[in-house]
Design a protein around this ligand. Structure first.
Ligand SMILES: Cc1cc2nc3c(=O)[nH]c(=O)nc-3n(C[C@H](O)[C@H](O)[C@H](O)COP(=O)(O)OP(=O)(O)OC[C@H]3O[C@@H](n4cnc5c(N)ncnc54)[C@H](O)[C@@H]3O)c2cc1C
Length: 378
């Protein structure tokens, strides 16, 4: 067993996922990076293997597992070395998906769950706007009641999976007198007035598609309200710990691969009559990084376990999001350093992994915001 929280089922999820990415992702990732997208076939294949349904309740065709399963899955995806692929999957399964299954009505779940499970319907969640990221209450997209539906107006940015995805969960202000008066809406791609104004060009995560969106008088009927009117802010918060966790998980999986690659490289790279690994400065820094990655991994699984027990894990998870994502970046920095010039070349794996890691301390709760969550609970 890899750690005390593992069960036979979780180990099988880890092994199956690592095996899948090794076979179906890593060999093709470079082409997907160039195309700026993950082919839908791969996501459908994952769907057919049950890999998109770990967190989905059994009555909707899923496995009904908890946070430990998501942590395991995210860590295993991280071994792909293509974090853009990892996040494409995790936005669907662990960032957007939980809102649908936590708040969806029986009719909404009947309509959408089968496609979400089998990978035919790829999800995105649109909260961030040009003027409001960390401060979710600052969003300006509005939804106004109009007969038996709503009119949505505004814009969203940095939305993962929204260029090629099928269904977006859109956050909009519905109570102008209350800054937390937000409602979530299910908006299918192709709805009148709902357009991708720009496919964004990113520093890393290049095979993940990221959209800027415009909502121009988009009409949705009442059946497309997800959850309770004006309560979307609080309902979204229910999934925050899970979102934070999977970003750490994919980072830990990637950091371990980066360390393994770098140790191997240094053991074989001739220098000064021996190999780079003979140098104490290098060997010890890699060893310290390994110790940090082990600690982040253990903290993440512990915070996941707390969540699965129903114990408040906000301090634990915010802390590991803040610290863990910084550690992943320190590891990538050192791994690139010890690769020398080749580490700076586009052809090297470590160059891509270093770029990919940079977003981890920004997205899904920036380090500073996470530390405020911890500070409030000191
Ligand atoms: C590649 C990518 C994919 C994304 N995918 C999605 C998605 O699918 N859906 C979605 O809704 N959003 C998505 N986002 C948005 C992401 O969650 C935000 O970028 C993030 O929340 C930060 O918001 P911001 O960019 O507006 O930065 P700001 O909120 O303007 O913050 C800028 C910086 O200021 C600092 N800061 C912020 N607040 C504080 C504070 N209270 N105290 C101290 N320092 C602070 C942090 O260092 C932060 O990085 C994505 C972003 C990227 C880049």
């Amino acid at each position: 067993m890899r750690n005390v929280y593992m069960t036979v089922e979780l180990e099988a999820i880890y092994d199956q996922t690592v095996e899948f990415v090794k076979r179906e992702v890593t060999p093709h990732g470079q082409d997907w990076e160039a195309a700026g997208m993950v082919p839908r076939d791969v996501l459908r294949q994952m769907g057919s293997l049950g890999m998109l349904a770990l967190r989905i309740p059994e009555e909707h065709g899923g496995l009904g597992l908890g946070m430990l399963a998501s942590a395991t899955f995210a860590e295993a995806l991280g071994t792909s070395t293509f974090a853009g692929f990892d996040v494409t999957v995790l936005v669907h399964t662990d960032m957007a998906g939980p809102h649908l299954f936590n708040s969806g009505t029986p009719a909404q779940l009947e309509q959408w769950a089968p496609g979400v499970v089998n990978g035919q319907t790829i999800l995105s969640i649109a909260v961030t706007e040009p003027d409001a990221g960390s401060d979710v209450a600052g969003i300006r997209t509005s939804a106004k009641k109009d007969g038996d539906g709503w009119r949505l107006n505004g814009s969203k940015t940095y939305i993962t999976n929204a260029v090629y995805g099928d269904l977006t969960i859109v956050a909009a202000k519905t109570d102008p007198g209350n800054k937390y008066g937000i409602t979530m809406f299910l908006v299918p791609a192709g709805s009148d007035g709902f357009t991708v104004s720009k496919k964004l060009d990113k520093h890393g995560w290049r095979c993940s598609d990221t959209a800027e969106l415009v909502l121009d008088n988009v009409w949705v009927d009442d059946s497309q309200v997800l959850g309770t009117v004006h309560r979307g802010f609080y309902e979204t918060m229910k999934n925050f710990q899970n979102e934070r966790m999977v970003l750490v998980g994919m980072g830990v999986g990637a950091a371990q691969v980066a360390l393994d690659l770098t140790a191997d490289y240094c053991q074989n790279r001739p220098a000064f009559g021996g190999h780079l690994f003979d140098k104490g400065a290098i060997r010890q820094r890699l060893a310290m990084n390994q110790a940090k990655v082990d600690a982040v991994r253990a903290s993440m699984y512990h915070a996941a376990w707390l969540g699965d027990q129903g114990i408040d894990n906000v301090r634990a998870m915010s802390g590991v999001k803040a610290w863990g994502c910084e550690v992943v970046n320190e590891v990538m920095y050192d791994c690139l350093q010890f690769h020398g010039g080749i580490g700076y070349m586009r052809e090297s794996v470590i160059e891509r992994m270093t770029r990919d890691a940079r977003i981890l301390p920004i997205g899904g709760g920036a380090t500073e915001v996470m530390l405020e969550e911890v500070a409030k609970r000191l």
